[in-house]
Design a protein around this ligand. Structure first.
Ligand code: FAD
Ligand code: AMP
Length: 477
């Protein structure tokens, strides 16, 4: 007999699994279809984020940072110890355990919330029927509502075909069993910089080849300039305006060809990470008569509420327009399920924080000063350097700054940009303030604990109107 559900979700990444849990919590009979298998051939929930994305990359970033600190950052605290070594397989093993715990945790949440897991490949047919091709054959399920959450996968480029041995994508770069001596990274985006940082901290000579002349285009210019300076000082050789045109694996190394302002260049690496972006996954997801439209870039077409061209069929996360971020996917999932229940949920796409987990961290929410000026909006800007923060000094982590941008007419905060320690957490405070339409003056009047890194946000907000206490104000009151 055909199984019938109120909601069927295809894909158990942070978009799909969160949507499925929320739907079950709201009393909807829910199933989630997932096909991903881990290295042991077992079904693993959690999608890119938990298995090969956000979490494993952060695990390696944290391990490699501790090694780097143990080598170079302890002496200043008076901690002297010699002979720190790195056991790479142990680091990779720790990462694998974290992934296992978290993906198992999603399975536990599905169980406790009563979400039915259907293992296999899901394909949307006409009439909100879904075909599931799993280990035990083909099954058709029916649903009142279908949520497509099939995510994304790394983009391949013909000049550097991935073999997962010498030329790897982001997934392969999480599995190196030893530190490559010479590591190339194609693409100076978030993933390239994070993975490049991991292996650079462990001793690899890292060269990043980026086709664009501008570094971190989406970030505020003040932040991207500081980031380029700091990451370069840390040893990342970031070549801008360097477009990779070809590669040749020769035994255990790879010869990479690229063009820059001086013409054609070649460089040899032991490993090459291709990190040139991600593309939506729609392979065999939609039957030809499903009625769901795909836009010209391959994303499933949706409106502001993630509704597709077929009533009762929604799409969320990386497979639709917008930032490819886990928290964006999850919140879209919540919004869709709330709307299925008839609630008037909306999502504030203007306040999705972006984070790059390098050291220092880079994070922002809202608009950049350049974007606001281009829109003709007059702004006041306040900045505060961590070099003037007592807490940052105590931690010996004084690089970077907080920048708060406010509307010159209303004083409403329009952007918070941070490069420095705990930038991701600080920006979240900015996001909360901005969600409630807070002015820089209001933020400046709040009481912040001392000594905290958050005081840098406080001081930057004060600086917007010339009221910072612990630095000279650029603007006078
Ligand atoms: P996914 O997580 O891709 O999940 C989709 C799931 O659907 C997959 O499990 C897939 O197997 C399954 N699926 C696809 N098609 C079918 C089908 N037909 N049938 C059944 N199952 C199917 N984002 C952040 O916010 N913060 C970070 O720090 C961060 N770091 C990242 C680091 C790396 C190295 C990478 C690669 C990504 C990172 N991201 C980060 C991005 C983040 O992982 C994605 O934005 C997020 O996972 C998207 O969620 P999703 O649910 O849309 O899709
Ligand atoms: P992101 O989309 O943020 O992950 O960043 C990917 C980066 O890869 C972008 O900045 C692209 O400009 C860059 N890129 C894409 N193709 C190439 C190429 N052939 N050579 C060098 N950089 C590239």
């Amino acid at each position: 007999m055909t199984q019938k559900f109120d909601v069927v979700v295809i894909g158990a990444g942070p978009g799909g699994y969160v949507a499925a849990i929320k739907a079950a919590q709201l009393g909807l009979k829910t199933a989630c279809i997932e096909k991903y298998q881990d290295g042991e051939g077992k079904l693993a929930l959690g999608g890119t984020c938990l298995n090969v994305g956000c979490i494993p990359s952060k695990a390696l970033l944290d391990s490699s940072w501790k090694f780097h600190e143990a080598q170079d950052g302890f002496a200043i605290h008076g901690i002297n110890h010699a002979g720190v070594t790195m056991d790479v397989p142990a680091m990779i093993g720790r990462k694998a355990n974290i992934v296992k715990n978290l993906t198992g945790g999603v399975a536990g949440l599905f169980k406790s919330n009563g979400v039915t897991v259907l293992q296999g490949h899901g394909k949307l047919l006409a009439g909100k029927k879904v075909e599931v091709t799993g280990p035990n054959g083909v099954e058709i399920v029916e649903a009142d509502n279908v949520i497509l959450a099939s995510g994304s996968r790394p983009i391949d480029i013909p000049p550097a075909p991935v073999d997962q041995k010498i030329i790897v994508d982001s997934t392969g770069a999480l599995e190196f069993q030893q530190v490559p001596k010479r590591l190339g990274v194609i693409g100076a985006g978030v993933i390239g910089l994070e993975l490049g940082s991991v292996w650079s901290r462990l001793g690899a000579e890292v060269t990043v080849l980026e086709a664009l002349d501008t570094f971190l285009m989406a970030a505020d210019t003040a932040v991207s300039k500081e980031a380029l300076k700091t990451l370069t000082k840390q040893g990342l050789d970031i070549k801008l305006g360097a477009r990779v045109t070809g590669s040749e694996v020769q035994g255990e190394e790879v010869l990479v060809k690229y063009t820059d302002a001086n013409g054609e260049q070649t460089i040899t690496f032991d490993k090459l990470i291709v990190a040139v972006g991600r593309r939506p996954v729609t392979t065999d997801l939609l039957a030809s008569d499903s009625g769901v439209d795909i836009d010209e870039r391959g994303f499933i077409y949706v409106d502001d509420y993630c509704a597709t061209s077929v009533p009762g069929v929604y799409a969320i996360g990386d497979v639709v327009r917008g930032l490819m971020l886990a928290h964006k996917a999850s919140e879209e999932g919540i919004m869709v399920v709330e709307r299925i229940k008839g609630h008037k949920a909306v999502m504030n796409y203007d306040l999705i924080p972006s984070v790059i987990y390098t050291h220092p961290e880079i994070a922002w929410v809202g608009k950049t000063e350049q974007a606001l000026k281009a829109e003709g909006i007059e702004v006041n800007v306040g900045s505060f350097p961590f070099a003037a923060s007592g807490r940052a000094m105590a931690a010996n982590d004084t690089g970077g700054f907080v920048k708060v941008i406010a509307d010159a007419k209303t004083d409403r905060v329009l952007g918070v940009h941070v490069i420095g320690p705990s930038a991701a957490e600080l920006v979240q405070q900015g996001a909360i303030a901005m969600e409630f339409g807070t002015s820089a003056e209001d933020l400046g009047m709040m009481v912040f604990s001392h000594p905290t890194l958050s005081e840098a946000l406080h001081e930057a907000a004060l600086a917007v109107n010339g009221g910072a206490i612990h630095i000279a104000n650029r603007k006078k009151r």
